[in-house]
Design a protein around this ligand. Structure first.
Ligand SMILES: C[S@@+](CC[C@H](N)C(=O)[O-])C[C@H]1O[C@@H](n2cnc3c(N)ncnc32)[C@H](O)[C@@H]1O
Length: 190
């Protein structure tokens, strides 16, 4: 399976999942290597973890999630896609991050009210030449993340992704707009 797995292929519950197009862009911004060690913080359904694990076949993905429903879905998706290089970490970031191996790449899909503490631990543990990608749906998250990485001397870029997807309406086709999502990418200068 190559990147770009359709949303409906994943087992989904009531956990908000990162949508296919946002997943593709976010994973592309991570510039994964075959042997990358990746943290997926706020892993939700595990959709990003699964796609990342299929790309970084010789690496490991640590899927960090605080909710029981998410943990169940991540395990179901691991089974469904038959991936063997995902380690599920049940618990709250940043507490559970401290004992994990240092990552080459970090994706943050959710950190709740632990956002700043999670950013801080992420930057402390990220390997040299590492890349962090954050998804945000509010201006506040986008601004906070962008400013935090910039203040810490990271090269940072924020993109705002506005996507419309076609929907059949009788004999016509309409474009249905999705909410904008911010993708913030940070890497060490130089
Ligand atoms: C938007 S969802 C992530 C979607 C996920 N990328 C996917 O594709 O399914 C955000 C997730 O972050 C989790 N979360 C929020 N704060 C967290 C924290 N501090 N530690 C661990 N998980 C957290 C939530 O429980 C939720 O499942």
């Amino acid at each position: 399976m190559t990147p770009g797995i359709p949303d409906e292929y994943f087992v989904r519950g009531n956990v908000p999942m990162t949508k296919e197009e946002i997943r593709i862009l976010s994973i592309s911004k991570l510039r994964l290597k075959e042997d990358s060690v990746i943290w997926d913080i706020g892993a939700g359904t595990g959709s990003v973890s699964v796609e990342a694990a299929l790309i970084s076949k010789r690496g490991v993905v640590y899927s960090i999630e605080k909710e029981e429903e998410g943990i169940k879905l991540i395990n179901e998706n691991i089974k469904k896609f038959n991936v063997e290089n995902i380690v599920v970490v049940a618990g709250l970031a940043p507490d559970v991050l401290l004992d994990l191996p240092s990552p080459d790449r970090i994706f943050i899909g959710g950190a709740g009210d632990k956002m700043y503490q999670t950013f801080k631990t992420a930057l402390t543990k990220l390997k040299r030449d590492g890349i962090i990608v954050v998804n945000g749906i509010t201006l506040d998250t986008a601004y906070s993340a962008h400013r935090y990485f910039k203040q810490n001397k990271y090269k940072v870029e924020t993109i705002c992704v506005n996507i419309s997807v076609s929907k059949e309406a009788g004999n016509k086709t309409m474009m249905i707009a999705r909410n904008p999502v911010y993708i913030i990418t940070a890497e060490k200068e130089g």
